[in-house]
Structures are given as structure tokens and as C-alpha cells.
Design a protein around this ligand. Structure first.
Ligand code: ADP
Ligand code: MG
Length: 409
């Protein structure tokens, strides 16, 4: 049965405000979860005047004197949980990925705003990624109509260099792929059969990432990590006996710290590259938000090229923007809220990635013949089976060629 694309028309954006950290003392943003509004305090209000003395810089003081207010799909306050954010902002993506529709979940924000806490979390407060894996396999288990195969990759982009967190392979290239848009050549793809397999894979990649973090200064705040889930499913139409296959990809992207975007530091070398990736992403979002027909510079950075199909609209997208409530981070929080305001108007056109699958059909007929052979206990169908086998060998060869082209060229 064909699925129709879901109703979501634009990127879903929410804000998550983390609690103050131990070294932060002034809370400067007021969250109204009921009306999904976040506003900076109004210093001209007499009840807030005692705060004025606490601000060191006059520039900061002047710019924050007027209250800034933003409205989003959802704003999550300090006591919110990642599970709630998952249920309300991302669960529909998991469901749709299982029906052949691509999905992407981003965490955006300055360093220490809570991006990784939201994406990965910890065993006590699981992040969005474990929630996706748990929900996905629960849904697969309940679905008796489709056969699923799930594969994962875990990569990161640091200094415009793509690194495989599952194998340590470095300097990986991107190529166009007819199924998934753009893929990373040589990134290991591991089949996972349950939630535990997925968590083990994530933990393996994390160890690798943490190790690199100890080698390079500010590494984790400057790299983008991308956990990709590839879902293949097939279903037989009982009326026509034909098999339809679907494939989709779910990108979970923990972005580099956005503060580098706003600093007026040198555009060369390492920092320049980090800026480049995030600058291009912001630029792409700005252009998409304008909604006019124009050149979109996906190819200007590794991150945007890899995600070009998703950003181009063939994906459901949720962006979780993480912010600090602290007065010290006022400008960073403000710029994240502005980025979020632009992102929320970007239009989406998700498609069901579906095709008639000849290989699956051959496999099914082959199994059917085997079953019949077993039933009648004779070799009558051997000839027919060998024909199918020859055909299958052919398709295996084709598959291998296709694989080699995709991964090693
Ligand atoms: P980022 O990945 O954006 O640099 P982290 O996720 O590492 O930031 O968060 C920075 C610190 O704040 C960590 O110690 C993390 O545990 C804590 N933190 C972030 N968000 C929350 C939250 N919502 N609740 C409790 N602690 C949080
Ligand atoms: Mg982080």
C-alpha cells in the first residue's frame, strides 16, 4: 500500500533552555512554555532594576535594555526532558522514516548550550538519538506487513575533513547516490537488528570521538557529528503479488558550536573552516527561507553537500535550538533565536522513496519454490530453481558492482 507524504510543510523548530551552569549566576530569559514564547527580561521594569548593576559591559547593557521576544512551535524550559522533546518534535520523523520518507534532526546552538546533552544524553536522561532507536525498533516489531533492514554510520566533519567514527578512516569523500542523494564513500555501514545494537554502535563511535577530543584543542565544539540510520523496507502487495521496496535515511546531526559564526576572527585555517561549514549552513537556510528560486550553495561545504537532499526539502526536519539562559551568553542566545526564526519558515516537500524491487521478487519466488520442493519432497523444480539462481547470481554481481562504485571509486 502506498503511503502519502506527511502534512508537515515547514521545518519544525523548537528551543530548549538548559539550567544555569555552576559558574553562571544571572538568568536573563523568561520562558512561557504555555504560549511558546521566550523573552529577555525588561530592564526598564522596576522589578528587574536590581539586575542592572550586575552587567559589566555598557554595550551589553544598552542592547538588552529593550526586551526581545520570540515565538516558536515549542519552547522547552529548564525542567523539560529529552524524551518529551523527542515525543513532541521528532516522533513523527521516526514513524515516517519507516514508510520511506527521509528525516533529519539537528541540534544547534553555542558550545555548552546543551546540544550533545539533547542528542545523546546519558543513561539517566537519554537523548533524542536513543529515543529514536528505541521507538524505531518497537515500531518495527509491531509491523507485521513489512520486512525491514536497518544500517547505521557514524561520522564527523572536522576542519572540512570527514572522519569515520566507526573505523577511524579519514579524509572520506562524498559522492552522489541515486538512493540517498549524497553519501560518504567508505564510511562503514553496520546493520543493527535491535536497540541494543544501535546503542553499542553509538557508544563505540563516542569513545572514538572522545579520544580525538583529548588530542585536539576545542575539538568537540568544532566538529559536526552525524549519526545516519538507513532504513530499507519491503512489502508485498497481495493483489498483484509485486514487491515494493522503500529506502530512507535519518540524519541525526549534532552541530559544531555556533559561536564561531559570530566572532570576527580570522577566516583562514582551522577556525575559518569551522566557520565555513556553519556559515554555509546558515546561508543555505537563509536562502531557503526566502523561498525564491535561486542558486543554493549546498556544495560550498561538506556538511551542506552531504545533507543537500534533506535541506533541499526531501526530508522532514526538526531543529532543536539549544540556548543558555545566562546573561553572559545573551548575544549567543539572541543569535540562536534569530537563526531559529529563519529556519522555521523553510518549506519541505518530503517524498516517499519507493520502487518496485525485482531482486526481492526473485528472492521471494526462490523461497516459494524451495517451500514447494520441500512439500512434495522431489527435485521436480530443480531446473526452475537453477534458472532463478542464475538470475540471482547476476543480480548479486550487479549489486556488488553497484556497491564498489558507491564505496570505492
Ligand atoms: P554542547 O554540546 O552544546 O557543547 P553539552 O550538551 O555538552 O553542550 O552541555 C553542556 C553542559 O550542560 C553539560 O555538563 C551538560 O550535562 C549540561 N546540560 C546541558 N543541557 C542540560 C539540561 N537540559 N539539563 C541538565 N544539564 C544540561
Ligand atoms: Mg557537544
Amino acid at each position: 500500500m502506498l503511503n502519502s507524504p506527511p502534512k508537515r510543510e515547514t521545518i519544525k523548530v523548537c528551543i530548549r533552555v538548559r539550567p544555569l551552569l555552576s559558574h553562571e549566576d544571572i538568568e536573563y530569559w523568561d520562558v512561557d512554555e504555555v504560549n511558546s514564547t521566550i523573552s529577555s527580561l525588561n530592564l526598564s521594569d522596576p522589578s528587574n532594576q536590581s539586575l542592572q548593576n550586575n552587567f559589566m559591559s555598557k554595550a551589553l547593557m544598552d542592547s538588552i535594555y529593550t526586551s526581545q521576544s520570540f515565538h516558536f512551535d515549542k519552547i522547552y524550559g529548564q525542567s523539560s526532558s529529552s524524551q518529551t522533546i523527542y515525543k513532541e518534535m521528532c516522533r513523527d520523523i521516526t514513524k515516517n522514516v519507516l514508510t520511506g520518507i527521509n528525516g533529519s534532526i539537528f541540534t544547534y546552538g553555542q558550545t555548552t548550550s546543551g546540544k550533545t546533552f539533547t542528542m545523546l544524553g546519558n543513561p539517566k536522561n537519554p537523548g533524542v538519538l536513543p529515543c529514536v532507536l528505541k521507538d524505531m525498533f518497537d515500531l518495527i516489531e509491531k509491523d507485521t506487513n513489512n520486512n525491514y533492514r536497518v544500517f547505521c554510520s557514524y561520522i564527523e566533519i572536522y576542519n572540512e575533513n570527514i572522519h569515520d567514527l566507526l573505523t577511524d578512516a579519514n579524509s572520506l569523500k562524498l559522492i552522489d547516490d541515486n538512493k540517498y542523494g549524497v553519501i560518504v564513500v567508505g564510511a562503514k555501514r553496520v546493520q543493527i537488528k535491535n536497540f541494543e545494537d544501535g546503542i553499542k554502535l553509538k557508544d563505540f563511535g563516542e569513545e572514538n570521538r572522545k579520544y580525538r577530543d583529548t588530542l585536539i584543542n576545542e575539538y568537540s565544539s568544532r566538529s559536526h557529528t552525524i549519526f545516519q540510520i538507513f532504513v530499507e523496507s519491503s512489502q508485498m502487495d497481495p493483489d498483484t503479488n509485486s514487491i515494493t521496496s522503500r529506502n530512507s535515511i535519518l540524519n541525526m546531526v549534532d552541530l559544531a558550536g555556533s559561536e564561531k559564526l559570530h566572532e570576527t576572527e580570522s577566516q583562514s585555517g582551522e577556525t575559518g573552516y569551522i566557520n565555513k561549514s556553519l556559515f554555509v549552513l546558515a546561508n543555505v537556510i537563509n536562502k531557503l527561507a526566502e523561498g525564491k528560486k535561486m542558486h543554493i550553495p549546498y556544495r560550498d561545504s561538506k556538511l551542506t553537500r552531504l545533507l543537500s537532499m534533506a535541506l533541499g526539502g526531501n526530508s522532514l526536519i526538526t531543529v532543536i535550538c539549544n540556548v543558555s539562559p545566562s546573561a553572559n551568553n545573551f548575544f549567543q542566545t539572541l543569535s540562536t533565536l534569530r537563526f531559529a526564526s529563519r529556519a522555521k519558515v523553510v518549506k519541505l516537500r518530503p517524498n516517499v522513496n519507493e520502487y518496485y524491487d525485482e531482486r526481492e521478487m526473485i528472492e521471494m519466488y526462490r523461497n516459494e519454490i524451495r517451500k514447494l520442493q520441500n512439500e512434495i519432497g522431489s527435485g521436480e523444480n530443480e531446473e526452475e530453481d537453477s534458472k532463478i539462481n542464475k538470475k540471482e547470481v547476476g543480480s548479486q554481481e550487479e549489486e556488488e558492482k553497484d556497491y564498489k562504485m558507491r564505496y570505492y571509486n
